[in-house]
Design a protein around this ligand. Structure first.
Ligand code: GLU
Length: 470
């Protein structure tokens, strides 16, 4: 039997880092076992589900490289099917009509609380054989009173619920809408899901869903309930811990491969290895190797892993992210692939995020670097440097071959002519070429900028000094 799994987000918000981890585990496990990874949008909560949230989830999955193998399915398209299943359950006696009023249910619950019982439906309508009439009613599942539901969870081990602990679940609300557990069970069956991978917060739903499978005579899928993600303080991950949209991590300059690597290592390991490519994860990851304790989200480690992935990435992998960040910094038009590929190695070694990388290489792609960083200009653009910079402009214009050695020769000539050391000329030149006092090696910077931009910026620098120095 081939493996079929699904990621089933509710589009009531963005795809946050905890949801991304569920999707990742599901996707990696499925790829490792050559199965089919599906996406189901659980949009039955029509008030809270929005098309924008669906789009953000799809975009987040695409960005992480976790796109499903088939077109997504939407629960809102399946309402008629859910209700048809309920008709079958009613006909077979596995479900019944319940007309208990809210007041009655509240009173029952109040009485149960008083005597210390667990609040649950008391089965008042269970054997009344009611038929649907004008009176407001819900449809409930007839949960067996005895026996138990047991399954061998692929992560948690054996889990067992006594049926006496489960009450008669509502399948259809009084407004005619199907409920969550019904929809999930029907879809998991209809989509041919063989393994349900989801957060352990769903463990209590599983016996109810298994009951529905049994009642319908459907084959029950296997289950793997993953431990949840917690913040450093031990509380379930929330916004204040960084449970923001995965797309915000993109904005902050993280690479999708780094996020995936980091998330995979939360609860899973392969020897001592910390850094994994996506291909390695797809070959090695298995949910059955997951630990059972909650994983702690640690941003410092994510940053560390990101630096590794930035250094190890090929230009092809970095280009979309660098182009994205340059766009956010107002660079327009975005440089060509060839241009970016040429400069990447200079910046790759020193950036912890793609934001940092874009900030450092932005000077290459803008028209003017003025105004200069004030402190750098004050310190380095001294009147005494005007003549050497002018000589440099001439030397640069005269360079016949624009490569490292050619540019270096021209630079050295100016140092000798003016009796300067490297730093004395390099720093003012850096300010003029990049707008600040920090950049890669000065010769590399000149080579990357190209002759035309070097000349333009030297001219602009001289003009600034003329103006600035009075
Ligand atoms: N829609 C549920 C959630 O977002 C997941 C349900 C499931 O995986 O069965 O938590």
């Amino acid at each position: 039997m081939t493996l079929r799994t699904r990621f089933a987000p509710s589009p009531t918000g963005f795809l946050h880092i905890g949801g991304a981890r569920t999707a990742l585990f599901c996707c990696l496990h499925t790829r490792r076992h050559q199965g089919t990874f599906l996406l189901r949008i659980e949009d039955t909560d029509t008030e809270r589900s929005t098309p924008e949230a669906v789009e953000v989830i799809l975009e987040g999955l695409r960005w992480l490289g976790l796109a499903p193998d088939e077109a997504p399915s939407f629960q809102s398209d399946h309402t008629a099917r859910y209700l048809a299943v309920v008709q079958e359950l009613l006909a077979a006696g596995h479900a019944y009509i319940c007309t208990c009023s809210r007041e009655r249910l509240d009173a029952v619950r109040e009485r149960q609380r008083e005597v210390g019982d667990k609040p649950r439906y008391d089965g008042h309508c269970r054997n009344r054989n009611l038929t649907p009439g004008p009176e407001s009613h819900v449809i409930r599942f007839r949960t067996p009173h005895t026996g138990e539901v047991e399954w061998e969870d692929q992560i948690q081990g054996k889990i067992c619920f006594a049926n006496s602990e489960l009450d008669d679940l509502i399948l259809v609300r009084s407004d005619g809408s199907p409920t969550y557990n019904l929809a999930v069970a029907v879809d998991d069956h209809d989509m041919g899901i063989t393994l349900v991978i989801r957060g352990e917060d769903h463990i209590s739903n599983t016996p109810r869903q298994i009951h529905l499978f049994r009642a319908m005579g459907w084959e029950i899928p296997a289950y793997a309930h993953m431990p949840l993600l917690h913040g450093a303080d031990g509380a379930k991950l929330s916004k204040r811990h960084g449970a923001v949209s995965v797309l915000q991590y993109r904005e902050e300059g993280f690479l999708p491969t780094a996020i995936n690597n980091y998330l995979a290592r939360l609860g899973w390991s392969h020897g001592e290895q910390e850094i994994f490519t996506m291909v390695e994860l797809e070959q090695l990851f298995d949910v059955r190797q997951l630990g059972r304790s909650a994983a702690i989200f640690d941003r410092a480690k994510l940053l560390w892993i990101n630096g590794h992935h930035i250094r190890a990435a090929t230009p092809d992998q970095l280009l979309p992210e660098l182009a994205f960040q340059l766009g956010r910094l107002g660079v327009d038009p975005i440089p060509s692939v060839e241009q970016l590929a040429r400069i990447l190695p200079e910046f790759q070694a020193r950036a912890a995020t793609m934001v940092e990388m874009a900030q450092k290489c932005r000077f290459l792609f803008i028209d003017s670097v003025q105004p200069y960083e004030e402190k750098a200009a004050r310190k380095h653009l001294l009147p005494s440097m005007r003549v050497p910079l002018e000589t440099l402009l001439q030397a640069v214009t005269a360079v016949t071959e624009w490569h490292f050695e050619g540019v270096e020769r021209a630079f050295q000539k100016v140092l000798t002519a003016h009796g300067l050391n490297m730093g004395q000329l390099a720093q003012p030149l850096r300010v003029v070429l990049t707008g600040s006092a920090a950049s890669p090696g000065i010769i590399e910077t000149m080579v990357m900028l190209g002759r035309e931009k070097c000349c333009q910026r030297l001219q602009a620098g001289l003009a600034w000094m003329d103006g600035g120095c009075g």
